[in-house]
Design a protein around this ligand. Structure first.
Ligand code: 0GY
Length: 296
């Protein structure tokens, strides 16, 4: 029994996913997933914009094994604010099989950052999606970027495609590697070779420190099930253009999905449609995440 009541319209993660037909290569990394609570052990943040159901580390490990993955990168979810205790607990109980991306405040100390590093954190997330967070001043983000740079960490950014024009100069001023969540959330009803997605591709073309997660077809698709076909050309374009700078993740437990709750096995079966050769699949699922998260 959780100490929190999930939002009335909250969709629970899929409790009986299908076994994927696609078998990930040995050592595959699910490089974008979250843990929620459990709320009675790790309370959700007072400033959160949603209250989810619990999604514990043990449930995440169970899914990882079932889907045929070896490792996880756990991204701090906004419902936990800058309280990284649930994340750190998961990393410390992962047997080295999980690394993390934290959320920190500008007041974070060197010692706190070192403790996060020792637990397995290798990045921080800056979230610009207005429904998820109150806006943070850019000077605070700049300070955080300068503080994490000596640790060799990267910055994960999450934003809507319509915001990229305005945020472009700030993003390209960041001094570290930068990983974009979910391809910058393109509007997939627009052409893949049109100006909006073109700006995102330009960001990666002109700035070799930028990477992209080619995740979340379920979130981006307007056609939806069964195949999320409208997202595939976007993800395939990114994988084929930047094969050494792409990551993939389930996004389990799929916060704020309203249209439907994806079957995680089904999401894994999308992978061979976006990374169409064994070489591309190996880079996407093994080589790239290992280089970014397990280099030390
Ligand atoms: C995602 C997407 C979402 C939520 C969060 O941290 C979060 O709360 O990332 C979303 O609502 O689009 O990547 O999990």
């Amino acid at each position: 029994m959780s100490a929190f009541t999930m939002d009335a319209d909250w969709l629970h993660w899929h409790q009986n996913p299908s076994k994927p037909k696609f078998q990930p290569p040995a050592g595959a990394v699910d490089a974008h997933c979250h843990v929620f609570g459990p709320g009675d052990q790790f309370p959700f943040a007072p400033e959160r914009k949603y209250t989810p159901c619990d999604a514990s580390k043990d449930q995440l490990w169970e899914l990882r094994d079932f889907l045929g993955f070896t490792r996880n990168v756990i991204v701090q979810a906004t419902c936990h604010g800058a309280d990284n205790r649930a994340l750190v607990d998961a990393l410390q109980h992962s047997g080295g099989m999980a690394r993390g991306v934290a959320t920190v405040k500008r007041t974070v100390t060197e010692q706190e950052l070192q403790e996060l590093h020792d637990a397995g954190v290798r990045g921080v997330r800056f979230n610009f999606v207005k429904r998820l967070v109150d806006a943070l001043p850019f000077d605070a983000l700049g300070e955080i970027a300068a503080k994490i740079q000596p640790l060799g960490w990267h910055i994960v950014i999450y934003f809507e495609a319509t915001e990229l024009t305005e945020l472009f100069d700030f993003f390209t001023s960041l001094p570290t590697m930068v990983v974009v969540d979910h391809m910058g959330r393109p509007d997939v009803s627009k052409p893949v070779d049109g100006p909006e997605f073109g700006l995102f591709l330009k960001l990666l073309e002109e700035h070799p420190n930028f990477w992209s997660k080619v995740s979340c077809p379920e979130r981006l698709s307007q056609q939806g099930l069964p195949s999320y076909a409208d997202v595939i050309p976007f993800a395939r374009k990114v994988v084929e253009s930047f094969p050494d700078r792409v990551l993939w993740g389930t996004d389990w437990p799929h916060p704020n999905m309203k249209s439907h709750m994806p079957d995680d096995g089904h999401l894994v079966d999308v992978i061979p449609h976006i990374a169409t050769t064994t070489e591309l699949q190996h880079k996407l699922l093994v080589d790239n995440p290992m280089r970014l998260y397990w280099a030390d």
